[in-house]
Design a protein around this ligand. Structure first.
Ligand SMILES: [Zn+2]
Length: 210
């Protein structure tokens, strides 16, 4: 395996539960299994270094971090664009998605004892099948409301949900990651020019990063 990307596995502090390695997502398709990645969480070593710095704080607050997306193979991104080609959802090219560079994660905090997700103003991404069905018919209204709730500017939710969102942001910014104003679950490594696009092949079970 190339040393371009490294793997984070489920342990006492992190849970790997990639949303595109299951059918319960916007696409209703397990894209990551289709391209041979499955529920395997890869990232640039700088991202792993940042996440490892979170371990003590997560323990102190009796939390874990659940990773919902990390490295995304460019082929997976292209398949996502084929399923939802409309503007405004996925980055228009793999080049423009930090996930395809191994320099972004989507995540949410969970309780350490029972792995229960904390409450946030909306779910990560938009799992609901109805959004996919509506968008296929060109109806964006409900989904756009969901996108409003995904922004840090959204404040019309119960205080506890806003608090969890802000606390997560604080934790991830403390280890050097950058928040994305319109998606509370998404964090980037700074200086994205340092992280080139990484291609992926699964050759008979061997993961190759190019
Ligand atoms: Zn993301």
């Amino acid at each position: 395996m190339s040393d371009k990307l490294v793997e984070l596995k489920t342990d006492n502090d992190f849970i790997i539960d990639l949303m595109y390695a299951a059918t319960e997502n916007m696409l209703q398709t397990d894209i990551y299994s289709e391209v041979g990645l499955g529920n395997r969480c890869f990232m640039h070593p700088d991202m792993l270094e940042a996440l490892n710095k979170l371990r003590a704080t997560l323990k102190e607050h009796n939390l874990k971090l659940k990773i919902k997306d990390a490295y995304r193979p460019p082929l997976a991104h292209e398949k996502m664009l084929q399923i939802i080609p409309m503007e405004g959802f996925f980055a228009r090219t793999p080049e423009r998605s930090q996930h395809c560079h191994g320099s972004a994660i989507d995540c949410i905090l969970v309780n350490r004892e029972d792995d229960e997700e904390l409450a946030y103003p909306c779910r990560v991404d938009a799992y609901e099948k109805r959004y996919a069905e509506q968008i296929a018919q060109g109806k964006w209204d409900d989904f756009k409301k969901h996108l409003e709730r995904a922004k840090y500017t959204w404040t019309s939710s119960p205080e506890a949900e806003i608090k969890n969102r802000e606390f997560q942001r604080k934790l991830l910014e403390q280890v050097g990651l950058e928040a994305l104003e319109h998606e509370w679950w998404h964090f980037n490594l700074p200086h994205k020019e340092k992280y080139p696009l990484v291609d992926f092949r699964n050759e008979n079970g061997k993961f190759i990063f190019l």
